[in-house]
Design a protein around this ligand. Structure first.
Ligand SMILES: NC(=O)c1ccc[n+]([C@@H]2O[C@H](COP(=O)([O-])OP(=O)(O)OC[C@H]3O[C@@H](n4cnc5c(N)ncnc54)[C@H](O)[C@@H]3O)[C@@H](O)[C@H]2O)c1
Length: 253
């Protein structure tokens, strides 16, 4: 599949999981993709997958919660790939705990990666989108935005991503920039595997138990989310903005 425009996309947290699948998917559509993650070396697999398929990708080590690193990363994208007009704010971490056991560090880390990170990358990329009079920002929210035991930090951050998205849509719409959020349900990645480990369950049993609660009777795969992101970043999606799409195998309560 190819799109009409070979645009430059930045995908954060793209060394693995949903970010990696999204980077691969956008590259297959003809986007040159900056693969950002904490450790540049860890981005190698994603970049190799893209280049092996004939695409263009660049690995960049960047902590999205660090202002100077984000500014430097976006400058490097501009120099080596071109001005980014697609941004997927996907980098994420969990620091789950019940409120009475949650440390300030657990709270700050989750806010820092999801909200501060999305703010810093969006601010750094928006100038290039405005100049091009085209932009697509997709933020990863979560079904946890609706509330989830043990995740006051994460659910607050993921609900925050929705307000952030809607405000970006209102501020940037007149410059040809859309902003939307994808809110995944249970997706099989290292993140959900870590949760299985934490509660002392094997990952296969954990996934099977989750699937019993999902109308389509399976858990999601990273490609399920990449498909939704691809829609929002598409050339034809210019009238779709400020939306939150739950991709969870069914409706949520
Ligand atoms: N897996 C799920 O079920 C699920 C459900 C809802 C939402 N999400 C969200 O989707 C996104 C991707 O999740 P995933 O399951 O692929 O997780 P994952 O843990 O497999 O991957 C997350 C990636 O983000 C990177 N990252 C973490 N902190 C970073 C930072 N400060 N700077 C740059 N990169 C950083 C990690 O190194 C990792 O490569 C996250 O925002 C997550 O909250 C996941």
């Amino acid at each position: 599949m190819s799109t009409t425009e070979a645009r430059v996309a930045v995908v954060t947290g793209a060394a693995r999981g949903i970010g990696a699948a999204t980077a691969v998917r956008l590259a297959a559509e003809g986007r040159a993709v900056a693969v950002l993650d904490l450790d540049e070396a860890a981005c190698k697999d994603t970049v190799e997958k893209i280049t092996a398929a004939g695409g263009t990708a660049l690995a960049i080590g960047c902590d999205v919660s660090d202002e100077a690193q984000v500014e430097a990363a976006v400058e490097r994208v501009v120099r080596e790939l071109g001005a980014p007009t697609i941004l997927v704010n996907n980098a994420g971490v969990l620091r789950d705990n019940l409120l009475f056991k949650m440390s300030v560090d657990d709270w700050d880390t989750v806010m820092g990666v999801h909200l501060r990170g999305a703010f810093l990358t969006s601010r750094a990329c928006q100038k290039h989108m405005v100049d091009a009079h085209f932009g697509r920002i997709v933020n990863l929210s979560s079904s946890s935005a609706l509330g989830n035991r043990g995740q006051v930090n994460y659910s607050a951050a993921k609900a925050g991503m929705q307000g952030f998205t809607k405000t970006l849509a209102k501020e940037l719409g007149k410059f040809g920039v859309t902003a939307n959020a994808v809110a995944p349900g249970f997706i099989a990645t290292e993140m959900t595997k870590a949760t299985a480990d934490r509660v002392g369950m094997g990952f296969e049993d954990f996934k099977a138990a989750a699937a019993t609660q999902i109308p389509v009777a399976r858990v999601g795969e990273p490609e399920d989310i990449a498909n939704a992101v691809a829609f929002f970043t598409g050339e034809a999606a210019g009238f779709v903005s400020g939306q939150v799409l739950y991709v969870a195998g069914g409706p949520l309560d």
